[in-house]
Design a protein around this ligand. Structure first.
Ligand SMILES: C[S@@+](CC[C@H](N)C(=O)[O-])C[C@H]1O[C@@H](n2cnc3c(N)ncnc32)[C@H](O)[C@@H]1O
Length: 375
C-alpha cells in the first residue's frame, strides 16, 4: 500500500466509521485545549495579523475536526472582547489530511457547525470573527503552503503515523508481529525509530519554511512514558493483541504465515526525550512547553455505564471498532477484506480477556509539544 495515496480512516458515519469511533482521540483534543487556547491568545497579542492562517494537520473528519476549529474561534472571540476589542481580524482555516480522507463529511456538517458557533458565541455576548474553512489534501511530509504564510500549525494524534513502513524492514524480519512486540528483534525496533526520526525531521523542516516569524505549533502524538522502545503502555498491548489475532487466523489457515510476517504497521510512539532531541536538532523552533498526559485507554468511559461482564465485552468491542476505524484500510490492502470481520471479532475477544485479567489499568500516553518559530 502507498500510504500517501491509499491510507485513510474509515469513511462515512456507520458503526465502523472513524466519526463514530474516535472518542479516545477526542479526549486528547480536550486534554490539550488549554495549550491550544494559550497559543491562540499569544498569537493574537504578539502577531495580531489582519488575516490569521491556521492549519490542522491530519484533521480526519467527524466531530473532532470541528471541535478544534470551534476551540480556536471561541478563544479568538474572547480575545476580541478584551485585548483586541476593535480587531477586524479574519481567520482562514486549512484542514489537511491525505487525499483518501472523507473531506465531504466535514463540508456537509459545516453549515450546522456555523449556526451552532454563532448561537454559542451570541449566548455569551460574543461575536465570532469572520472565518473561512478550506481543505488541503496532501501528506504533511511534503510542502503544503507557500513560505512564511502560516501562523499556527496544529496536529492531534496524527504525526506518529510514519510516511511508510520503516525503510529496510523487509520480508519476515519481524516474524509474527505487526509492530514492535515482545518478540521483535532490537534491530527492527531501531528501524522504526530511524524512520520516525527521518520523518519527524522532514515534517519540522517543511513546517519551518511555511510558518511566519513567531508562529506557533501545538503537536500532539501518541507516545511513550518509558525510555524503553518496547514499552508504549496500552498501545503496545493493542498491537500485541492484534498480532495474536492474526496468528490465530494463520493457525486456522485463513491467513498465510508469510502475509502476517511481512505486515508492519507504519506508526511509532516517541518518548518526550526523543521529541525534544529532534526539535533541538532542527534548531529553528523554541520549545515553549511539553506535556505528557496519561489517558484512560477505555473507548467506552464517556458512554452510559454498564456493569460486569457486559461492560468488559462492550469495551472489547468498542476498542476493536476504534482500532478498525483507524487501520482497516491497511489491513484490507495487505490481507484482503474477507478477513476483516473475523479478525476484529477475535481482537475484541482478546481485548476483553486482557482487561478482565489486567491487574493495573494501563493507559495511553499522549505527548503535546508547544513550539514557537525562532526565525
Ligand atoms: C488518528 S487520526 C486523528 C485525526 C484527528 N486529528 C483527531 O484527533 O481525531 C490520524 C489522521 O492522520 C492522517 N494522516 C496520517 N498520515 C498523514 C500524512 N502523512 N499527511 C496527512 N495526514 C496524515 C490520517 O489520515 C488520519 O486522518
Amino acid at each position: 500500500m502507498k500510504i500517501d495515496r491509499d491510507f485513510h480512516m474509515m469513511k462515512g458515519d456507520d458503526k465502523f466509521s472513524y466519526a463514530k469511533n474516535s472518542r479516545i482521540q477526542r479526549r486528547a483534543i480536550l486534554a490539550t485545549r488549554p495549550m491550544v487556547e494559550k497559543a491562540v491568545r499569544e498569537m493574537c497579542i504578539d502577531l495580531h495579523p489582519q488575516s490569521m492562517v491556521i492549519v490542522d494537520l491530519g484533521c480526519s473528519f467527524g466531530g473532532n475536526t470541528l471541535l478544534f476549529v470551534s476551540e480556536v474561534i471561541t478563544t479568538i472571540c474572547e480575545n476580541r472582547n478584551s485585548a483586541l476589542e476593535e480587531s477586524t481580524m479574519e481567520v482562514q482555516f486549512f484542514l489537511n489530511d491525505l487525499p483518501g480522507n472523507d473531506f465531504n463529511q466535514i463540508f456537509q456538517s459545516l453549515e450546522q457547525f456555523e449556526q451552532l458557533t454563532k448561537q454559542h458565541c451570541a449566548c455569551r455576548g460574543l461575536q465570532p470573527p469572520p472565518y473561512y474553512v478550506a481543505a488541503l489534501a496532501g501528506s504533511f511530509y511534503t510542502r503544503l503552503f507557500p513560505s512564511n504564510t502560516v501562523h499556527f500549525f496544529h496536529s492531534s494524534m496524527s504525526v506518529m503515523w510514519l510516511s511508510q513502513v520503516p525503510e529496510n524492514l523487509d520480508g519476515s524480519m519481524n516474524e509474527g508481529n505487526v509492530h514492535i512486540g515482545a518478540t521483535t528483534r532490537p534491530m527492527v525496533a531501531k528501524l522504526y525509530q530511524n524512520q520516525f526520526e527521518k520523518d519527524f525531521m522532514q515534517f519540522l523542516r517543511m513546517r519551518c519554511r511555511e510558518i511566519v516569524h513567531g508562529g506557533r505549533m501545538v503537536l500532539t502524538v501518541v507516545g511513550r512514558k518509558s525510555k524503553d522502545v518496547f514499552d508504549a503502555g496500552r498501545t503496545t498491548t493493542i498491537f500485541e493483541l492484534l498480532s495474536q489475532g492474526l496468528r490465530t487466523l494463520v493457525a486456522e489457515g485463513r491467513v498465510e504465515k508469510e502475509k502476517l510476517d511481512s505486515f508492519n504497521i507504519p506508526i511509532y510512539c516517541p518518548s518526550v526525550d526523543e521529541l525534544k532531541q529532534l526539535v533541538w536538532q532542527n534548531n529553528l523552533l523554541d520549545i515553549s512547553d511539553v506535556q505528557l498526559f496519561e489517558m484512560d485507554g477505555n473507548p467506552m468511559d464517556d458512554l452510559e455505564p454498564i456493569e460486569g461482564t457486559a461492560a468488559t465485552q462492550a469495551t472489547g468491542q468498542s476498542m476493536s471498532a476504534t482500532l478498525r476505524a483507524a487501520i482497516e484500510s491497511l489491513i484490507a490492502s495487505h490481507f484482503g477484506d474477507s478477513i476483516l470481520d473475523e479478525l476484529f471479532t477475535v481482537f475484541a475477544r482478546n481485548f476483553t480477556s486482557y482487561i478482565e485479567s489486567e491487574v493495573e489499568k494501563s493507559t495511553i500516553t499522549v505527548i503535546t509539544l508547544y513550539l514557537q518559530a525562532k526565525h
